[in-house]
Design a binder for this molecule. Structure first.
Ligand code: PLP
Length: 370
């Protein structure tokens, strides 16, 4: 019998032999005892650590059958390996115009070794088709996007990518494989910042590439070994500890985010709310491709100035002013405080934690009076 992905997450890395520690051991080492021809992954610490394998097993489980995962020191390290692996011989990499700005910035930095980054609105399928027609390209989608939470149609994007022969990548950081399985929509790879919901406790950076393609897995693993963007043993241990409760957290956080989106939509100071579970134009697509919840992240825009939005963020007593998302504690920030961010000036990105929804609504309601 195949147990559910939730059960496989809980038991990832757990040994069942008599006398084995139930909690996965933390194996801190930079090298292994060996002589002669080294055992694969056991020659030197940059080649492998048993802690990586457990995290990779868990991540592969949530992306569906046949998947393999390769973990990295951060989401950006994972993106860099994947960009380098896919860029060879391509003219362009097509990104979501409103996706995570640092991925585009990274691609621009890699330009001498990569392909030209171009941006499109992924909801405009004609524009996507035109961008893919510029020669050999990579389609690098993100849905829901950070920070506008726009939902692109993965099935349609998968068809467009297949028709033009473009490798199709989906940044699955916001939804995670528990809510959305890009590989089932034709994606070659699913990209993760493990720093967010997967680890879930705001205490570690990590990243991963998940794919069903053994050649791509080998290629990004080779970039990891050569480039050195490896996860530390303790970081892997923290990610594994966090991932076991991902289903519980994401369920609660999705419910909280939905309650907050509804509350904010009715507030007189709020001019727009962005959440996959309440945005009418894409709700049907979101329901089709996001199972069991719409994720922890939402954003909203305020009437007034950037200073007004800063005052609201500074007035909360429970929600923490901080960047990042997906942690157990609710956090928020005015997103355009980051110079390279293209979000509207008064947009506040809010990550719903696991606190009771009533507390969050009370706190945010009071802060909105600031
Ligand atoms: N992808 C998305 C959607 C992100 O939001 C982030 C970080 O915020 C990353 C990738 C990069 O991840 P990391 O910060 O772990 O390098």
């Amino acid at each position: 019998m195949n147990f559910s992905e939730q059960s496989r997450l809980v038991h990832a890395g757990t040994e069942r032999t008599a006398g084995a520690p139930l909690a996965p051991p933390l194996l801190a080492t930079s090298t292994y005892v060996s002589q002669g021809e080294p055992e694969p992954g056991r020659g030197y610490g940059r080649e492998g650590n048993p802690g990586w394998a457990a995290v990779e097993e868990a991540l592969a489980a949530i992306e569906g059958p046949g998947a393999a995962a390769v973990t990295f020191a951060s989401g950006q390290a994972a993106s860099m390996a994947l960009l380098l692996a896919l860029a060879d011989g391509r003219a362009a990499i097509v990104f979501a115009r409103d996706g995570y700005y640092n991925t585009r910035a990274l691609a621009a930095r890699l330009r001498p070794h990569g392909a030209e980054p171009v941006t499109v609105d992924l909801l405009d399928l004609g524009a996507v088709a035109r961008a893919l027609g510029r020669g050999p390209t990579v389609l690098w989608a993100e849905t829901p996007t950070n920070p506008l939470l726009r939902v692109a149609d993965l099935a349609r994007l998968g068809q467009l990518a297949a028709a033009s022969g473009a490798p199709f990548v989906v940044d699955n950081t916001v939804a995670t494989g528990l809510l959305q399985k890009p590989l089932e929509f034709g994606a070659l790879a699913s990209l993760y910042s493990l720093t967010k919901s997967v680890s879930g406790h705001s205490d570690v950076l990590g990243g991963a590439v998940v794919t069903r393609d053994p050649a791509l897995a080998a290629e990004v693993r080779a970039w990891r070994t050569a480039g050195g963007g490896v996860p530390g043993p303790f970081e892997s241990w923290l990610v594994l500890r966090g991932i076991k409760t991902l289903p519980l957290r994401i369920e609660r956080q999705s419910a909280n985010a939905l309650a907050l989106a509804r509350f904010l939509a009715g507030h007189p100071r709020v001019t727009a709310v962005h959440y996959p579970g309440t945005s009418p134009a894409t709700l049907e697509v979101a329901r089709r491709q996001m199972a069991a919840g719409f994720g922890p992240l939402l954003s909203f825009e305020l009437a007034g100035t950037a200073a007004d939005a800063d005052a609201v963020v500074g007035a909360s007593r429970l929600v923490v002013p901080a960047t990042s998302f997906g942690g157990v504690e609710s956090t928020w920030e005015r997103r355009a405080r980051w110079a390279a961010e293209t979000a509207p000036g008064t947009l506040i990105r809010l990550s719903a934690g696991v606190e009771p929804a009533a507390d969050l609504i009370a706190d945010i309601g009071a802060a909105l009076q600031a």
